[in-house]
Design a binder for this molecule. Structure first.
Ligand SMILES: [Zn+2]
Length: 476
Protein backbone atom coordinates (compact mmCIF):
# COMPACT_ATOMS: atom_id res chain seq x y z
CA UNK A 1 0.00 0.00 0.00
CA UNK A 2 1.27 3.49 -0.83
CA UNK A 3 0.78 5.35 2.42
CA UNK A 4 2.30 8.54 1.08
CA UNK A 5 -0.25 8.70 -1.69
CA UNK A 6 -3.01 7.96 0.81
CA UNK A 7 -1.66 10.82 2.94
CA UNK A 8 -1.71 8.68 6.09
CA UNK A 9 -1.74 10.82 9.22
CA UNK A 10 -1.40 9.47 12.73
CA UNK A 11 -1.00 10.89 16.21
CA UNK A 12 0.29 8.82 19.09
CA UNK A 13 -0.77 9.15 22.70
CA UNK A 14 0.95 6.90 25.24
CA UNK A 15 -0.26 6.31 28.79
CA UNK A 16 2.27 4.77 31.14
CA UNK A 17 1.75 3.88 34.81
CA UNK A 18 4.50 4.96 37.20
CA UNK A 19 5.91 2.72 39.88
CA UNK A 20 5.03 4.76 42.96
CA UNK A 21 2.05 5.13 45.29
CA UNK A 22 -1.23 6.81 44.26
CA UNK A 23 -1.20 10.36 42.92
CA UNK A 24 -3.44 12.07 45.49
CA UNK A 25 -3.28 9.83 48.58
CA UNK A 26 -0.87 7.39 50.18
CA UNK A 27 -2.57 4.20 48.99
CA UNK A 28 -0.49 1.50 47.36
CA UNK A 29 -0.64 1.19 43.58
CA UNK A 30 0.28 -2.50 43.60
CA UNK A 31 -3.14 -3.73 42.41
CA UNK A 32 -2.61 -7.10 44.03
CA UNK A 33 -5.20 -7.21 46.79
CA UNK A 34 -8.59 -8.86 46.93
CA UNK A 35 -11.48 -6.45 47.28
CA UNK A 36 -13.14 -6.08 50.68
CA UNK A 37 -16.38 -4.25 49.94
CA UNK A 38 -18.59 -2.90 47.18
CA UNK A 39 -20.17 0.56 47.27
CA UNK A 40 -22.79 2.14 45.00
CA UNK A 41 -22.63 5.63 43.51
CA UNK A 42 -24.71 7.66 41.12
CA UNK A 43 -22.83 10.05 38.87
CA UNK A 44 -23.75 13.72 38.92
CA UNK A 45 -21.39 15.39 36.51
CA UNK A 46 -21.28 19.14 37.03
CA UNK A 47 -22.81 20.03 33.70
CA UNK A 48 -22.72 23.77 34.36
CA UNK A 49 -18.93 23.68 34.55
CA UNK A 50 -18.77 22.09 31.13
CA UNK A 51 -20.09 25.12 29.29
CA UNK A 52 -21.60 22.91 26.67
CA UNK A 53 -22.10 19.23 26.94
CA UNK A 54 -19.99 17.55 24.31
CA UNK A 55 -21.21 14.70 22.21
CA UNK A 56 -19.33 11.91 23.93
CA UNK A 57 -20.38 13.06 27.38
CA UNK A 58 -24.00 13.27 26.38
CA UNK A 59 -23.87 9.88 24.77
CA UNK A 60 -22.66 8.23 27.98
CA UNK A 61 -24.78 10.38 30.26
CA UNK A 62 -28.01 9.44 28.53
CA UNK A 63 -27.44 5.85 29.37
CA UNK A 64 -28.34 6.61 33.02
CA UNK A 65 -26.39 3.86 34.68
CA UNK A 66 -25.90 2.70 38.23
CA UNK A 67 -22.26 2.43 39.24
CA UNK A 68 -20.68 -0.01 41.70
CA UNK A 69 -17.14 0.30 43.05
CA UNK A 70 -15.03 -2.38 44.69
CA UNK A 71 -12.86 -1.13 47.56
CA UNK A 72 -9.51 -2.53 48.76
CA UNK A 73 -7.92 -2.44 52.25
CA UNK A 74 -4.67 -0.62 51.36
CA UNK A 75 -5.25 0.14 47.70
CA UNK A 76 -8.19 2.51 48.10
CA UNK A 77 -9.35 4.98 50.75
CA UNK A 78 -11.83 7.81 51.17
CA UNK A 79 -10.02 9.85 48.51
CA UNK A 80 -10.74 7.24 45.83
CA UNK A 81 -14.33 7.05 47.10
CA UNK A 82 -14.57 10.86 46.62
CA UNK A 83 -15.49 11.28 50.30
CA UNK A 84 -12.32 13.12 51.29
CA UNK A 85 -10.42 15.86 49.37
CA UNK A 86 -7.27 14.85 47.54
CA UNK A 87 -3.86 15.08 49.29
CA UNK A 88 -1.20 17.25 47.65
CA UNK A 89 0.27 15.64 44.51
CA UNK A 90 2.69 12.72 45.10
CA UNK A 91 6.14 14.34 44.86
CA UNK A 92 7.86 11.20 43.63
CA UNK A 93 5.37 10.80 40.79
CA UNK A 94 5.96 14.43 39.88
CA UNK A 95 9.72 13.88 39.91
CA UNK A 96 9.47 10.81 37.65
CA UNK A 97 7.10 12.68 35.35
CA UNK A 98 9.50 15.62 35.08
CA UNK A 99 12.39 13.24 34.44
CA UNK A 100 10.43 11.80 31.50
CA UNK A 101 9.51 15.27 30.21
CA UNK A 102 13.18 16.32 30.37
CA UNK A 103 14.36 13.15 28.60
CA UNK A 104 11.88 14.10 25.86
CA UNK A 105 13.53 17.55 25.78
CA UNK A 106 10.36 19.36 26.87
CA UNK A 107 10.01 22.85 28.31
CA UNK A 108 8.86 22.61 31.92
CA UNK A 109 6.25 25.11 33.16
CA UNK A 110 7.13 27.23 36.23
CA UNK A 111 3.84 26.41 37.77
CA UNK A 112 1.83 23.26 37.38
CA UNK A 113 -1.93 23.62 37.37
CA UNK A 114 -4.07 20.68 38.30
CA UNK A 115 -7.09 20.45 36.03
CA UNK A 116 -10.25 18.37 35.96
CA UNK A 117 -11.21 16.50 32.84
CA UNK A 118 -14.87 15.47 32.77
CA UNK A 119 -15.47 11.72 32.78
CA UNK A 120 -19.03 10.52 32.58
CA UNK A 121 -18.71 6.77 32.08
CA UNK A 122 -18.32 6.24 35.83
CA UNK A 123 -14.67 5.18 35.62
CA UNK A 124 -13.91 7.98 38.07
CA UNK A 125 -15.99 8.36 41.25
CA UNK A 126 -15.79 12.15 41.19
CA UNK A 127 -17.00 12.48 37.61
CA UNK A 128 -13.66 13.91 36.49
CA UNK A 129 -10.03 12.94 36.08
CA UNK A 130 -7.26 15.12 37.51
CA UNK A 131 -4.50 15.95 35.05
CA UNK A 132 -1.61 18.43 34.88
CA UNK A 133 0.64 19.55 32.06
CA UNK A 134 4.28 18.99 33.07
CA UNK A 135 6.05 19.33 29.72
CA UNK A 136 5.57 21.05 26.36
CA UNK A 137 7.37 21.37 23.00
CA UNK A 138 9.61 18.33 23.32
CA UNK A 139 11.24 16.30 20.59
CA UNK A 140 12.83 12.95 19.78
CA UNK A 141 14.71 11.68 16.78
CA UNK A 142 12.46 9.53 14.58
CA UNK A 143 12.96 7.24 11.58
CA UNK A 144 15.28 8.52 8.81
CA UNK A 145 16.66 11.08 11.25
CA UNK A 146 13.46 13.11 11.16
CA UNK A 147 12.55 15.11 14.23
CA UNK A 148 9.32 14.15 15.94
CA UNK A 149 7.64 16.79 18.07
CA UNK A 150 6.32 15.83 21.47
CA UNK A 151 3.50 18.30 21.92
CA UNK A 152 2.47 17.51 25.45
CA UNK A 153 3.43 15.52 28.55
CA UNK A 154 0.89 15.27 31.36
CA UNK A 155 0.83 13.65 34.76
CA UNK A 156 -2.59 12.29 35.56
CA UNK A 157 -4.57 9.78 37.56
CA UNK A 158 -5.52 6.47 36.03
CA UNK A 159 -9.22 5.58 35.91
CA UNK A 160 -10.89 2.59 37.56
CA UNK A 161 -10.65 -0.66 35.63
CA UNK A 162 -14.04 -1.93 34.56
CA UNK A 163 -14.99 -5.39 35.70
CA UNK A 164 -18.56 -5.84 34.52
CA UNK A 165 -20.99 -3.92 32.40
CA UNK A 166 -24.69 -4.46 31.85
CA UNK A 167 -27.24 -2.23 30.12
CA UNK A 168 -27.93 -0.26 33.29
CA UNK A 169 -24.96 -0.94 35.56
CA UNK A 170 -21.20 -0.94 35.59
CA UNK A 171 -18.86 -2.37 38.22
CA UNK A 172 -15.46 -0.76 38.63
CA UNK A 173 -12.37 -1.55 40.72
CA UNK A 174 -11.07 1.34 42.82
CA UNK A 175 -7.54 -0.07 43.11
CA UNK A 176 -6.50 1.30 39.72
CA UNK A 177 -8.08 4.69 40.31
CA UNK A 178 -5.44 7.44 40.76
CA UNK A 179 -2.45 5.24 39.97
CA UNK A 180 -0.01 7.85 38.60
CA UNK A 181 0.06 7.91 34.84
CA UNK A 182 2.18 9.85 32.39
CA UNK A 183 0.52 10.81 29.13
CA UNK A 184 2.70 11.64 26.14
CA UNK A 185 1.31 13.05 22.90
CA UNK A 186 3.12 13.44 19.61
CA UNK A 187 2.34 15.87 16.85
CA UNK A 188 0.27 14.53 13.94
CA UNK A 189 2.77 12.39 12.07
CA UNK A 190 2.80 12.74 8.29
CA UNK A 191 4.87 10.93 5.69
CA UNK A 192 5.51 7.83 7.76
CA UNK A 193 4.31 4.28 7.10
CA UNK A 194 2.69 2.13 9.82
CA UNK A 195 5.98 0.38 10.69
CA UNK A 196 7.71 3.72 11.20
CA UNK A 197 4.86 4.94 13.37
CA UNK A 198 5.32 1.82 15.51
CA UNK A 199 9.06 2.59 15.64
CA UNK A 200 8.30 6.07 17.01
CA UNK A 201 6.05 4.61 19.72
CA UNK A 202 8.79 2.10 20.55
CA UNK A 203 11.32 4.88 20.93
CA UNK A 204 9.07 6.71 23.39
CA UNK A 205 8.59 3.42 25.26
CA UNK A 206 12.36 2.95 25.44
CA UNK A 207 12.78 6.45 26.90
CA UNK A 208 10.08 5.71 29.50
CA UNK A 209 11.84 2.48 30.54
CA UNK A 210 15.13 4.38 30.84
CA UNK A 211 13.87 5.93 34.07
CA UNK A 212 13.61 2.50 35.72
CA UNK A 213 10.56 3.86 37.55
CA UNK A 214 7.65 2.75 35.45
CA UNK A 215 5.38 -0.22 35.98
CA UNK A 216 5.99 -3.20 33.73
CA UNK A 217 3.70 -5.88 32.34
CA UNK A 218 0.34 -6.14 30.62
CA UNK A 219 -2.02 -3.21 31.25
CA UNK A 220 0.69 -0.84 32.51
CA UNK A 221 1.09 0.88 29.13
CA UNK A 222 -1.81 1.83 26.87
CA UNK A 223 -1.39 3.51 23.51
CA UNK A 224 -3.98 5.43 21.56
CA UNK A 225 -3.52 6.23 17.88
CA UNK A 226 -5.45 8.71 15.71
CA UNK A 227 -5.62 7.56 12.13
CA UNK A 228 -6.85 9.35 9.03
CA UNK A 229 -6.27 9.21 5.28
CA UNK A 230 -6.79 11.73 2.48
CA UNK A 231 -10.20 13.49 2.71
CA UNK A 232 -11.28 11.11 5.46
CA UNK A 233 -12.36 11.71 9.05
CA UNK A 234 -10.12 11.17 12.06
CA UNK A 235 -10.64 7.87 13.87
CA UNK A 236 -9.23 7.34 17.33
CA UNK A 237 -8.14 3.83 18.33
CA UNK A 238 -7.86 3.41 22.07
CA UNK A 239 -6.11 1.00 24.39
CA UNK A 240 -3.44 -0.76 22.32
CA UNK A 241 -1.63 -2.72 25.03
CA UNK A 242 1.16 -4.12 22.95
CA UNK A 243 3.64 -2.19 20.92
CA UNK A 244 4.06 -4.86 18.28
CA UNK A 245 0.37 -4.56 17.33
CA UNK A 246 0.54 -0.88 16.34
CA UNK A 247 1.63 -1.19 12.72
CA UNK A 248 -0.85 -4.00 11.97
CA UNK A 249 -3.71 -2.11 13.63
CA UNK A 250 -2.95 0.99 11.54
CA UNK A 251 -2.72 -1.12 8.37
CA UNK A 252 -6.09 -2.71 9.15
CA UNK A 253 -7.64 0.64 9.98
CA UNK A 254 -6.48 2.12 6.67
CA UNK A 255 -8.00 -0.87 4.84
CA UNK A 256 -11.27 -0.39 6.75
CA UNK A 257 -11.34 3.33 5.95
CA UNK A 258 -10.77 2.60 2.26
CA UNK A 259 -13.54 0.03 2.16
CA UNK A 260 -16.37 1.66 4.12
CA UNK A 261 -17.85 5.10 4.63
CA UNK A 262 -16.16 6.07 7.88
CA UNK A 263 -17.42 8.39 10.61
CA UNK A 264 -15.39 10.30 13.18
CA UNK A 265 -15.39 7.94 16.12
CA UNK A 266 -13.47 6.28 18.89
CA UNK A 267 -12.69 2.60 18.43
CA UNK A 268 -11.25 0.07 20.82
CA UNK A 269 -8.17 -1.99 19.94
CA UNK A 270 -8.71 -5.77 20.11
CA UNK A 271 -5.88 -8.22 20.84
CA UNK A 272 -6.21 -9.72 17.33
CA UNK A 273 -5.16 -6.46 15.60
CA UNK A 274 -8.76 -5.50 14.72
CA UNK A 275 -10.79 -2.70 16.29
CA UNK A 276 -14.41 -2.30 17.32
CA UNK A 277 -16.71 0.67 17.76
CA UNK A 278 -16.65 2.29 21.20
CA UNK A 279 -18.36 5.73 21.05
CA UNK A 280 -18.47 8.97 19.05
CA UNK A 281 -15.24 10.97 19.05
CA UNK A 282 -15.17 13.21 22.14
CA UNK A 283 -14.86 16.93 21.56
CA UNK A 284 -11.94 18.96 22.91
CA UNK A 285 -11.96 21.35 25.88
CA UNK A 286 -13.48 19.34 28.65
CA UNK A 287 -11.13 20.77 31.28
CA UNK A 288 -11.61 23.11 34.19
CA UNK A 289 -9.40 23.96 37.17
CA UNK A 290 -9.21 21.72 40.24
CA UNK A 291 -10.51 23.81 43.15
CA UNK A 292 -9.33 21.50 45.97
CA UNK A 293 -5.63 21.83 45.14
CA UNK A 294 -3.27 24.77 44.75
CA UNK A 295 -1.01 24.98 41.69
CA UNK A 296 2.44 23.43 42.29
CA UNK A 297 5.39 25.80 41.89
CA UNK A 298 8.42 24.14 40.29
CA UNK A 299 11.39 25.67 42.03
CA UNK A 300 14.68 25.89 40.21
CA UNK A 301 16.67 23.90 42.70
CA UNK A 302 14.29 20.92 42.46
CA UNK A 303 14.44 21.03 38.66
CA UNK A 304 18.21 21.43 38.55
CA UNK A 305 18.63 18.41 40.79
CA UNK A 306 16.47 16.29 38.48
CA UNK A 307 18.43 17.49 35.44
CA UNK A 308 21.70 16.54 37.10
CA UNK A 309 20.54 13.03 37.85
CA UNK A 310 18.78 12.27 34.57
CA UNK A 311 19.12 8.57 33.77
CA UNK A 312 21.07 7.35 30.78
CA UNK A 313 18.87 6.47 27.80
CA UNK A 314 18.63 2.66 27.47
CA UNK A 315 19.74 2.73 23.84
CA UNK A 316 23.03 4.38 24.85
CA UNK A 317 23.48 2.03 27.77
CA UNK A 318 22.97 -0.95 25.49
CA UNK A 319 25.57 0.35 23.03
CA UNK A 320 28.02 0.84 25.89
CA UNK A 321 27.45 -2.74 27.09
CA UNK A 322 27.91 -4.14 23.59
CA UNK A 323 31.44 -2.74 23.67
CA UNK A 324 32.09 -5.03 26.67
CA UNK A 325 31.72 -7.97 24.29
CA UNK A 326 28.13 -8.76 25.16
CA UNK A 327 25.89 -9.95 22.35
CA UNK A 328 23.29 -7.40 21.22
CA UNK A 329 20.52 -9.42 22.87
CA UNK A 330 22.34 -9.80 26.20
CA UNK A 331 23.35 -6.11 26.20
CA UNK A 332 19.73 -5.13 25.60
CA UNK A 333 18.44 -7.39 28.36
CA UNK A 334 20.92 -6.33 31.02
CA UNK A 335 20.51 -2.63 30.10
CA UNK A 336 16.76 -2.93 30.61
CA UNK A 337 16.98 -5.05 33.74
CA UNK A 338 16.74 -3.90 37.36
CA UNK A 339 20.22 -5.32 37.86
CA UNK A 340 21.98 -3.05 35.37
CA UNK A 341 23.43 -0.77 38.09
CA UNK A 342 24.76 -3.80 39.99
CA UNK A 343 26.19 -5.26 36.79
CA UNK A 344 28.13 -2.04 36.23
CA UNK A 345 29.33 -1.93 39.81
CA UNK A 346 30.63 -5.50 39.63
CA UNK A 347 32.42 -5.24 36.28
CA UNK A 348 34.11 -2.01 37.35
CA UNK A 349 35.28 -3.48 40.66
CA UNK A 350 36.23 -7.07 39.84
CA UNK A 351 38.23 -8.61 37.03
CA UNK A 352 35.53 -10.93 35.81
CA UNK A 353 34.18 -11.31 32.30
CA UNK A 354 31.23 -8.91 31.81
CA UNK A 355 29.55 -11.63 29.75
CA UNK A 356 29.61 -14.00 32.73
CA UNK A 357 28.12 -11.37 35.04
CA UNK A 358 25.40 -10.37 32.57
CA UNK A 359 24.54 -14.02 32.00
CA UNK A 360 24.03 -14.55 35.73
CA UNK A 361 21.69 -11.56 36.02
CA UNK A 362 19.75 -12.30 32.85
CA UNK A 363 19.72 -16.07 32.32
CA UNK A 364 20.70 -17.75 35.59
CA UNK A 365 18.25 -15.72 37.65
CA UNK A 366 15.47 -16.29 35.13
CA UNK A 367 16.08 -20.06 35.19
CA UNK A 368 16.21 -20.17 38.98
CA UNK A 369 12.96 -18.25 39.20
CA UNK A 370 11.00 -20.05 36.48
CA UNK A 371 12.31 -23.60 36.60
CA UNK A 372 13.28 -23.99 40.23
CA UNK A 373 10.76 -21.55 41.76
CA UNK A 374 13.52 -19.82 43.72
CA UNK A 375 12.54 -16.44 45.21
CA UNK A 376 15.38 -14.44 43.68
CA UNK A 377 14.25 -11.25 45.43
CA UNK A 378 15.88 -12.69 48.55
CA UNK A 379 19.31 -12.25 46.95
CA UNK A 380 20.76 -8.85 47.84
CA UNK A 381 23.54 -6.73 46.38
CA UNK A 382 26.07 -8.02 48.93
CA UNK A 383 25.39 -11.61 47.87
CA UNK A 384 26.27 -10.80 44.27
CA UNK A 385 29.29 -8.69 45.21
CA UNK A 386 30.66 -11.55 47.31
CA UNK A 387 29.92 -14.08 44.58
CA UNK A 388 31.94 -12.23 41.95
CA UNK A 389 34.69 -11.41 44.45
CA UNK A 390 35.11 -15.17 44.97
CA UNK A 391 35.04 -15.76 41.21
CA UNK A 392 37.69 -13.10 40.60
CA UNK A 393 39.91 -14.78 43.18
CA UNK A 394 39.28 -18.23 41.69
CA UNK A 395 37.75 -19.50 44.93
CA UNK A 396 34.74 -20.73 42.98
CA UNK A 397 34.09 -21.56 39.33
CA UNK A 398 31.38 -19.93 37.26
CA UNK A 399 29.70 -23.30 36.63
CA UNK A 400 28.73 -23.52 40.30
CA UNK A 401 27.06 -20.07 40.49
CA UNK A 402 23.47 -21.30 39.92
CA UNK A 403 23.80 -23.91 42.68
CA UNK A 404 25.40 -21.46 45.12
CA UNK A 405 22.63 -18.90 44.58
CA UNK A 406 20.01 -21.60 45.03
CA UNK A 407 21.48 -22.61 48.40
CA UNK A 408 21.79 -18.98 49.55
CA UNK A 409 18.02 -18.55 49.13
CA UNK A 410 16.92 -22.01 50.26
CA UNK A 411 19.11 -22.15 53.38
CA UNK A 412 19.00 -18.40 54.14
CA UNK A 413 22.79 -18.44 54.36
CA UNK A 414 25.57 -16.10 53.27
CA UNK A 415 27.48 -16.85 50.04
CA UNK A 416 30.71 -17.54 51.99
CA UNK A 417 29.06 -20.07 54.25
CA UNK A 418 27.33 -21.86 51.38
CA UNK A 419 30.63 -22.17 49.51
CA UNK A 420 32.35 -23.69 52.58
CA UNK A 421 29.56 -25.84 53.88
CA UNK A 422 28.42 -27.36 50.60
CA UNK A 423 31.86 -27.87 49.07
CA UNK A 424 31.91 -25.31 46.28
CA UNK A 425 35.50 -24.30 46.98
CA UNK A 426 37.69 -24.71 43.90
CA UNK A 427 40.12 -27.61 43.98
CA UNK A 428 43.80 -26.71 44.09
CA UNK A 429 45.77 -27.46 40.95
CA UNK A 430 47.42 -30.45 42.61
CA UNK A 431 44.14 -31.92 43.79
CA UNK A 432 42.67 -31.57 40.31
CA UNK A 433 45.78 -33.05 38.68
CA UNK A 434 45.52 -36.08 40.94
CA UNK A 435 41.91 -36.71 39.96
CA UNK A 436 42.69 -36.26 36.25
CA UNK A 437 45.59 -38.74 36.39
CA UNK A 438 43.51 -41.22 38.32
CA UNK A 439 40.67 -41.09 35.77
CA UNK A 440 43.12 -41.44 32.85
CA UNK A 441 44.72 -44.52 34.49
CA UNK A 442 41.41 -46.22 35.10
CA UNK A 443 40.02 -45.46 31.61
CA UNK A 444 42.91 -46.33 29.32
CA UNK A 445 42.03 -46.22 25.62
CA UNK A 446 38.90 -44.11 26.02
CA UNK A 447 38.66 -40.99 23.84
CA UNK A 448 39.63 -37.64 25.32
CA UNK A 449 36.05 -36.35 25.31
CA UNK A 450 34.89 -39.27 27.44
CA UNK A 451 37.73 -38.73 29.93
CA UNK A 452 36.80 -35.04 30.26
CA UNK A 453 33.20 -36.06 30.88
CA UNK A 454 34.17 -38.47 33.67
CA UNK A 455 36.44 -35.92 35.35
CA UNK A 456 33.76 -33.24 35.11
CA UNK A 457 31.20 -35.48 36.80
CA UNK A 458 33.64 -35.97 39.69
CA UNK A 459 34.60 -32.31 40.12
CA UNK A 460 31.39 -30.57 39.17
CA UNK A 461 31.24 -27.14 40.80
CA UNK A 462 34.83 -27.37 42.03
CA UNK A 463 36.80 -26.92 38.82
CA UNK A 464 36.16 -25.07 35.60
CA UNK A 465 35.59 -26.99 32.37
CA UNK A 466 38.43 -25.01 30.83
CA UNK A 467 40.96 -26.17 33.44
CA UNK A 468 39.79 -29.78 33.20
CA UNK A 469 40.13 -29.86 29.41
CA UNK A 470 43.62 -28.36 29.59
CA UNK A 471 44.80 -30.83 32.22
CA UNK A 472 43.38 -33.84 30.38
CA UNK A 473 45.14 -32.71 27.18
CA UNK A 474 48.42 -32.34 29.04
CA UNK A 475 48.27 -35.70 30.74
CA UNK A 476 46.67 -38.08 28.27
ZN1 LIG B 1 -6.32 6.28 48.73
Amino acid sequence: MNYKQLNLKAGIEIHQQLNTHKLFCNCSSEMKEDFEDKIERKQHPVMSELGEVDRAAKYEYLKDRKFFYKTYPTESCLVECDEEPPFPVNKEALRIGLEIALLLECDIPDEIHIMRKTVIDGSNTSGFQRTMTIGLNGKIKGPRGREIKITHVALEEDACAIERKTVNTATYKLNRLAVPLVEISTETLEGFDPKEIQEIAAKIGMILRSTGKIKRGIGTIRQDINVSIKNGPRVEIKGIQELRLISKIIENEVKRQLKTKVKEETRMANPDETTSYMRPLPGAARMYPETDLEPVKIDNLFLRKIKKQLPEILEHKKQRFEKMKLSEELAKEIAGSNYSYLFEKIVSRYKVEPKTVANVFVNTLRDLERREKIDIKKLDDDDFMKLFYLLENKKIVKESIPEILKYVVQKSMKVDDVVKKFGFETLSENELKKIVKDVIDKNKGKPQGAIVGIVMSKVRGKASAKDVIELVEENI
